[in-house]
Design a protein around this ligand. Structure first.
Ligand code: PLP
Length: 387
């Protein structure tokens, strides 16, 4: 009989979203739909930018013509998109289009990349973190070292004392909303070089960075190309969560890694849909840049309303400056789930209990700023008057 993967039995952490959905469904039965404000799941809240939608439609139209017919595309992504991303984002660091790999999402890249490293690799993961890193590492039977992100260390993970091979770093971070500054990222790059470790940098919130001391890319740090793979996505920056397009930068300077990733992608992927890649390309057009920047500015406005407002009310909060998430310390050290219940019952407001992202998240709530400034202001009003 076919045996199941025994490591799946080790997936012990509760998956919080179904629990939240259930609580939300109960709430919906008792209050009108428009009364509920959802600052929970970090999904986009604004419609697709018109110029990106047009590029996708044009891509589909093109495929209805004999000359524009597209079957399977290149596994690594179409040259037009790899070249555009390189020109706009990475040529300044000396990287080439061949080092950029288009995929259906950073979720896939972050969980697939460890496959090309030795199965016995030890993986370091910030705690709390985006849940996919831990779940995928558990499924693969990896030995895992957690890197605590605490108030005392500004929620910034520090290199571990013990030997690890792969390190996930999420900057700007989901869920804490904090980002690694130049000095912290330099420490990581230097440590990785010294310890022959590989950094897997999840940089999907790069377009939300506003602080000067936060590097836009790990490749701003000298020597990073020898130790770091960077992952970015169109999901949050271009409103593509429902369309699926992202990329990983795998530098040729990583000994042996680039060739293996080419091999892996060719074997296991048939690429991303042509019209979607055309839509992603349009993100870099003049119009696309203008429209998507306006959307990001909307989320940033919502973020500053919540951030400044909560601080004025005397709450302790972190993040929200370089990321669309606010890490809110629960009042009076209330457990995350108790505070979640208070927010939902009294304010009809959904946020995510920090506990769901890892043990050190206990005592925190994650507020997503993917909302409108109006809804952010209403949420704040309710927190002030009903909590
Ligand atoms: N990485 C982080 C840190 C995220 O927060 C998310 C989505 O919320 C993802 C990756 C998923 O990205 P994608 O939609 O490109 O799979």
């Amino acid at each position: 009989m076919a045996k199941i993967n025994p490591y799946y039995k080790n997936l012990t952490r509760e998956y919080i979203f179904p629990i939240i959905d259930e609580k939300l469904a109960t709430l919906k039965k008792s209050v009108p739909q428009n009364e509920i404000i959802n600052l929970g799941i970090g999904d986009i809240a604004l419609p697709l930018a018109p110029s990106l939608a047009r590029a996708i439609k044009n891509g589909v139209e093109e495929m209805t013509t004999a000359q524009g017919q597209h079957g399977y595309g290149p596994s690594e992504g179409y040259a037009f998109l790899r070249e555009t991303i390189c020109q706009q984002e990475y040529a300044r660091y000396g990287l080439t289009p061949q080092e950029i790999f288009i995929s259906d999402g950073t979720n896939s890249d972050a969980t697939n990349l460890p496959e090309i490293f030795d199965p016995s690799s030890v993986v370091a993961i910030p705690d709390p973190s985006y849940p996919a890193y831990l779940d995928a590492s558990v499924m693969a039977g990896k030995r895992i070292v957690l890197l605590p992100c605490l108030e005392e260390n500004r929620f910034s993970p520090k290199p571990p004392a013990e030997r690890v091979d792969l390190v996930y770093l999420c900057t700007p971070s989901n869920p804490t909303g904090q980002a690694l500054n130049r000095q912290e990222l330099t420490e990581w790059v230097d440590w990785a070089k010294k310890n022959q470790a590989m950094l897997l940098i999840d940089n999907v919130y790069n377009c939300f960075i506003t602080s000067k001391e936060v590097p836009a890319s790990v490749y701003e740090i000298p020597g990073a190309q020898e130790v770091a793979i960077e992952m970015r996505s169109f999901s949050k920056c271009a409103g593509f969560t429902g369309l699926r397009c992202a990329y990983a930068v795998v530098p040729k300077a990583l000994p042996g890694v680039h060739a293996l990733w080419v091999r892996r992608v060719n074997a296991k992927s048939n690429g991303v849909a042509y019209p979607i890649q055309r839509g992603a390309e349009a993100y870099y057009s003049l119009e696309g840049t203008k429209e998507t920047r306006a959307q990001i500015a909307t989320y940033q406005k919502a973020s500053s309303i919540l951030r400044i407002g909560l601080q004025k009310l005397g709450h302790t909060i972190y993040g929200g400056i370089d990321a669309p998430y606010i890490w809110w310390k629960t009042p009076n050290k209330l457990p995350s789930w108790d505070f979640f219940d208070q927010l939902i019952q009294r304010c009809h407001l959904i946020a995510i209990p920090g506990r769901g992202f890892g043990k050190p998240g206990e005592g925190y709530m994650r507020l997503s700023c993917f909302t409108t400034p109006e809804k952010a202001a209403e949420a704040l009003y309710r927190i002030e008057n009903r909590l």
